[in-house]
Design a protein around this ligand. Structure first.
Ligand SMILES: Cc1ncc(COP(=O)(O)O)c(C=O)c1O
Length: 408
């Protein structure tokens, strides 16, 4: 039986950590000459390149915009096909559609929530059968654990598709290929990676995102796409009418990020390793506390060889002998509601995107994806953010085990 704590201060599933120096960094920009398109954007981009090990970073207005631009740069156009994992935020799939493409969904491994490379191979084989060449594959580093990028890249390359690593959850994480460690979003096994700086993420700019890449041509295209497809680069202009002159070379967007946001981002980035270390320490505390209850609940498995950046701490309710997924889902709902009553606010990451009505209505998401259904039925994200105290973990675990120990 769990022990329900008498503490009733609200515990969200995630929240930002903002210190006085973060606030001072933003205020400095507010008193400066440039609120946007100034020096802070470049500085933040250089910091991101250093943090990930990628050659370039292009900072944009949010992670969804980063995905959109990356899909265009990957060559997705009207009627093209892109493949992503179904257990993700809708943005990973929507970006393919913004660029005019259709989405095919790969299943996930139920125990990790990460893309199943066997299912990816099936989707690619189906594409071949249908005479379709997928333009892009978007693996998702769910909860901060990096997907099997080397295998995804091998499969994608074999059919001429580009890989965009959705690293919205994994800044600060690592993975291993052939005994060598790589950083998430380093683009060692992807053409591009995207990051998000939403407040629940590892570092925040309020809203914000970035694309990383090691490819010079992709970098240039992404920079142009961020600002209306406009270039002022003298080497690329057809001619010049003077110092003011610019040309639009493609249809782009205003996906710029402000200098206030980037000043906050640089200030936050300086604390990345501290934030990630604290998240890992909290995950270890959760793991230890749940270990004696492995017949009822298990933490989402993290693949061997990597260090998850621990964006989310997901537990999975263990199905009882012969229990249906519907029954597990009902127990997850009871657990969710009981925690909320104790001012502990969990979340579900994610409802498989292929089941969303808008995808179904538009002829997508017809795949049968049993790994995702099994994962979704019993998953729950528990509070996980750097300012949490060790005692908060005990409070959450007590609340969870109190419910899961009841007969229901
Ligand atoms: C996996 C994943 N991809 C993409 C995004 C989109 O990022 P943003 O909210 O910054 O647009 C998110 C955001 O929550 C995410 O979790």
């Amino acid at each position: 039986m769990g022990v329900v704590s008498s503490d009733t201060s609200p515990l969200p599933y995630g929240r930002q950590s903002i210190d006085d120096d973060d606030i001072a960094a933003v205020v400095r920009v507010l008193r400066s000459d440039f609120l946007t398109q100034g020096p802070e954007v470049k500085r933040f981009e250089e910091g991101l390149a250093e943090a990930t090990g990628a050659k370039y970073a292009v900072a944009v207005s949010n992670g969804t915009a980063a995905l959109h631009l990356a899909c265009i740069a990957a060559g997705v156009r009207t009627g093209d096909t892109g493949i992503t994992a179904t257990v993700t935020f809708v943005a990973s799939a929507n970006a393919i559609r913004y660029a005019g493409g259709n989405v095919r969904f790969a299943d996930v491994n139920a125990d990790t929530g990460l893309i199943s490379t066997a299912s990816l191979a099936e989707r690619i084989a189906e594409c071949k059968k249908d005479g379709v060449s997928p333009k892009v594959v978007i693996p998702v580093d769910l909860t901060g654990a990096v997907a099997d990028l080397a295998e995804v890249q091998a499969q994608a390359r074999a059919v001429g598709a580009k890989v965009i690593e959705d690293a919205a959850h994994s800044l600060g994480g690592t993975y291993t290929v052939d005994g060598k460690k790589y950083r998430a979003a380093s683009c060692a096994h992807a053409d591009m990676a995207i990051l998000s700086f939403h407040p629940v993420k590892h570092v925040t700019t309020g809203e914000g995102g970035a694309i990383t890449t090691n490819d010079d041509a992709l970098y240039r295209e992404l920079c142009d796409l961020r600002t209306h497809g406009i270039t002022k680069d003298p080497a690329r202009l057809t001619h010049s009418d003077g110092p003011f002159y610019y040309e639009q070379h493609m249809l782009g967007f205003n996906y710029r990020i402000t200098d206030m946001q980037c000043a906050l981002g640089s200030s936050q980035l300086a604390k990345l390793s501290r934030f990630v270390d604290r998240r890992r320490a909290l995950a270890t505390l959760y793991d230890q506390a749940f270990r004696p209850h492995a017949d009822k609940v298990v933490p989402l498995a993290v693949p061997a060889g990597g260090d998850s950046a621990r964006h989310l701490y997901v537990i999975r309710i263990v199905a009882r002998d012969g229990e249906s997924l519907d029954s597990v889902t009902a127990r997850r709902r009871a657990l969710f509601e009981a925690l909320v009553a104790q001012k502990i606010f969990p979340q579900v990451h994610y409802i498989p995107v292929h089941t969303q009505p808008d995808f179904q209505r538009n002829g997508m998401g017809k795949e049968t994806l049993p790994g995702a259904q099994a994962y979704y039925a019993g998953c729950l994200s528990l509070p996980m953010f750097p300012a949490m105290a060790d005692g908060d973990v005990q409070r959450v675990v007590g609340g969870v085990m109190d419910v899961l120990s009841r007969p229901l």
